[in-house]
Ligand binder design. Structure first.
Ligand code: NAD
Length: 259
């Protein structure tokens, strides 16, 4: 029996975030999801409702601290203090480093790393997580947060940042009874994975199918992970049994990385 809480999932309208919303909703938690596009949020909420999970949708750009302040305020107003935060929103981005623009660098760091700080700070200061038993924060980093990924310097830098942030803040929050961990997916079949394969196909002047074959060959399991396999670890980390796991970065990657 796990304590039921209000869970806020950023980037919950697609891929891994949507799978996390589904799992946490099925487990009985009250779920709020956020994203930038109200239409995508509506369609995700409809899809989740058909699976028996009802969610509150809140539009916000998590790379903007003002919008984050409003997001957390609206989430608390709708569903009460936040007991579970899943910082999942993110984007891919890279290229040859000599050709990277300032805009792309800032956009990737802002979306993947600054957002994790903004949302976490807001949930810790005004989101009510200290009023809830078994408070949990899970940051979706990446195996790219532990090793460099070719042609993805901004992405790798942002995800290494998320892992470092998690390890530091996890230690700070442990005495307060809040566990914080990073989950590090390898290759996961989502809309982002399709965009990544397209970008490598362009860079290597080959086809997306060839890129898929090359990526799968690197994974000992021989296939991409599914969003639900990532969501399953996130769900476990929110349970009472996972209380002593904190300040860690745990891989879900079919053996791609063992570090
Ligand atoms: P996705 O593109 O399917 O979903 C990303 C979600 O984040 C979408 O809902 C999008 O609307 C939201 N989002 C993006 N920028 C936002 C912003 N500024 N404000 C609010 N919402 C925003 O991608 P996904 O594959 O499900 O990725 C989810 C997380 O998992 C990301 O952090 C990603 O880096 C990480 N990840 C993915 C993979 C993979 O192979 N798919 C591997 C490792 C890590």
């Amino acid at each position: 029996m796990t304590a039921l809480r209000h869970a806020l999932v950023t980037g919950g309208s697609s891929g891994i975030g949507k799978a996390v919303a589904q799992r946490l909703g099925k487990a009985g938690h009250t779920v709020s999801i956020c994203g930038r596009d109200p239409e995508k949020l509506r369609s995700a909420a409809k899809e989740l409702a058909e699976l028996g999970v009802s969610v509150t949708t809140l539009s916000a750009d998590v790379s903007d601290p003002q919008q984050v302040r409003e997001l957390v305020g609206r989430a608390v107003e709708a569903n009460g203090p936040i007991g579970i935060l899943v910082n999942n929103a993110g984007r891919n981005g890279g290229g040859k480093t000599a050709e990277l623009t300032d805009e792309l660098w800032r956009e990737v760091l802002g979306t993947n790393l600054d957002s994790v700080f903004y949302v976490t700070r807001e949930v810790l200061s005004r989101g009510g997580i200290h009023d809830v038993e078994h408070g949990r924060i899970v940051n979706i980093a990446s195996t790219a947060g532990k090793q460099g990924v070719l042609l993805a310097a901004p992405y790798s830098a942002s995800k290494h940042g998320v892992v470092g942030f998690t390890k530091a803040v996890g230690k700070e929050l442990a005495p307060q009874g809040i566990a914080m961990n990073a989950v590090c997916p390898g290759y996961v079949e989502t809309p982002m994975a399709t965009r990544v394969r397209r970008a490598y196909a362009d860079a290597w002047e080959t086809t997306e199918a060839e890129v898929l074959t090359a990526f799968e060959a690197k994974i000992p399991l021989g296939r991409y992970s599914t969003p639900d396999e990532v969501a399953s670890l996130v769900e476990y980390l929110t349970t009472e049994g996972a209380a002593s796991i904190t300040a860690q970065a745990l891989n879900v990657c079919g053996g791609l990385g063992n570090f």
